[in-house]
Design a protein around this ligand. Sequence first.
Ligand code: ZN
Ligand code: ZN
Length: 255
Amino acid sequence: MELTIIGSGTGIPSKTRAYPCTLVKIKGNHLVFDTGPGSLRQLFLAGVTYLDIDHLHYTHFHPDHSLDLVSILFAMRYDTPKRTRPLFIIGPTGLQAFYEGLLSVFGETIKPKTFDLHFKEIENGEMAFDDWKIIVEPLQHSIHSIGYRIESLEGKTLTYSGDTGYCDGILRLAKKVNTLVLECSFPDDQKVDGHLTPRLCAQIANESQCGRLVLSHFYPVCDTFRKNNKHLPDTLKGIYKGEILFAEDFARITL
Ligand SMILES: [Zn+2]
Ligand SMILES: [Zn+2]
């Protein structure tokens, strides 16, 4: 299993961080989690095209996590060579309605002509595929927000939070996972409801006993906080003893 952080930023423009998008490769399958604006191009820069994507997953439908679904479907319709493999789109309750809404705006331009589109809404529970399974839990963010745990047949495990506050759902998804990717939106003294801070991330990593913590989804204010707080890594190590990585765009980790 290989993890690539495609976009480590948020809905606020940053010179160094693209909008949220994460790629997981398992045995040649490309699983994409969230596609904020510009993700199609970011994926392309990472060597992944509209032909390669197997499963698209959404954690919630805030525009910064979902807007490039439009660009992806548009490219799949008009670019050549044509995509013929089916595309699976997985997301929380409201996924189908979200697509219907996009259709009412963009019409035929995002309707596939050469392949089948399959939607699967999931609120919690498991879905098994040939080489992996996903486990989903509701998280504390917007209505119907979910997070994902991916387990390969070889027993490698990865959790991706999307946006969330501290909640039981993320603890269950993260329990003893190999690699835990958490959103780390705001500094500890500027906590916003439905989002995490560096200390909360370390706390979740410690309580879940994960093997490695990857922090991503940094608002610019959190980057500034990190820059001005050189002791932050030591502070976090005091809470969680495992490996802690601060994600950059295109950071790649083999599990
Ligand atoms: Zn959000
Ligand atoms: Zn977000």
